[in-house]
Design a protein around this ligand. Structure first.
Ligand SMILES: [Zn+2]
Length: 328
């Protein structure tokens, strides 16, 4: 829901608009009923892709900001045998169910279906309307969790999905296991001259720079994680960290919590295990580096890009993700 006073509102993957109707999940037959109802809208997940369609076919050839819509369908008999995810209901009461297909045809390249195509969330997320961005984000996060939690962490026995796909239950001892979300902090760091710290991860290609980020550890507050990550990666102490906003990041199972931090230190000592390079840039330098192509912005759906834009005071053009079919 868009009820927030945070600085970075309307982040690409934080726009979910469905009512999650969590109490409905308690009825064991809920998915069977929804998949017998032709009014139910089914969103099929194949691997990490969902099927999308261009809103305006005449807009083909444009950049990454063409509108896209998820291709939702009525239930089909095969859906009862698939992993089902009760995603929620819209304002009209229409139910949305994710189904995870094991169909292994490569959906990325299906010329008969153009202008429809099977895209990843990184490719489609920014151009989807709020409802569809939320459906894709939630379905992908749940599908990723199910794929890696087929066995009980207590006893090793197989687990079975329950509660509309929101729980897995151990077949041997009945213990219940819930979907995981791993928090990670991501932060701008600004020096006394208002320059921004940019880093390139150890395994990132040349020219790919972003703000620093890292997972929150057990027993740690978000603010402590900001300070620790900056100290570990570039060897400086931050003075203050202010919360900016957050968004789910199902690659595979995170939520990114954004901060802006300030420091009085400017001397960087990078950790070569995590960082290939790090540097300070002024706003003018950043614009110049973008213009001459020596650095690229983070992905258009990322909170990293929005944090950089917040510091820069303007939006910058999105990177088009590799593999995006022409016409999107
Ligand atoms: Zn068990």
């Amino acid at each position: 829901m868009a009820v927030t006073d945070e600085t970075l509102a309307d982040l690409a993957l934080s726009r979910s608009s469905l009512d999650r109707v969590a109490l409905e999940r308690r009825r064991p037959e809920v998915l069977t009923e929804l998949l017998d109802d032709p009014q139910t809208r089914v969103a099929e997940v194949r691997g990490d892709r969902m099927r999308v369609s261009a809103l305006g076919a005449a807009g083909a050839g444009g950049g990454g900001d063409d509108g896209l819509t998820l291709v939702l369908r009525a239930p089909e008999p095969e859906d009862h045998a698939r992993l089902g995810l009760h995603l929620g209901r819209d304002g009209d009461g229409t139910a949305y169910v994710g189904v995870v297909s094991t169909d292994d045809e490569n959906p990325a390249d299906d010329p008969d279906r153009r202008p429809d195509g099977w895209l990843t969330l990184r490719q489609a997320g920014e151009a989807l309307a709020p409802r569809d961005a939320g459906v894709f984000t939630t379905a992908l996060a749940l599908a990723n969790w199910h794929a890696t939690h087929r066995f009980c962490p207590r006893c090793g026995a197989p687990t079975e999905p329950r509660q509309g796909g929101w729980v897995r239950r151990c077949e041997r001892e009945g213990s219940e296991h819930y979907p995981r979300t791993d928090p990670a902090v991501i932060m701008s760091v600004v020096d006394p001259d208002d320059r921004l710290l940019l880093g390139r991860g150890a395994h990132w290609p040349e020219g790919r720079f972003s703000v620093l980020a890292g997972f929150v550890e057990p027993g740690e507050s978000f603010e402590s994680a900001v300070a620790r990550e900056v100290a570990e990666e570039v060897g400086i102490t931050v003075q203050a960290a202010r919360y900016l906003g957050n968004q789910p990041w199902p690659f595979p199972s995170s939520v990114m919590i954004g901060f802006e931090a300030t420091t009085r230190a400017t001397e960087l000592t990078i950790d070569p295990v995590e960082m290939a390079e790090a540097r300070w840039v002024s706003r003018e330098e950043y614009r110049d580096l973008l213009r001459d192509g020596s650095i690229r912005t983070p992905s258009g759906i990322s909170i990293a890009k929005r944090i950089i834009e917040h510091w820069l005071g303007q939006t910058v053009e999105s990177v088009v993700e590799p593999g995006t079919p022409t016409g999107f």
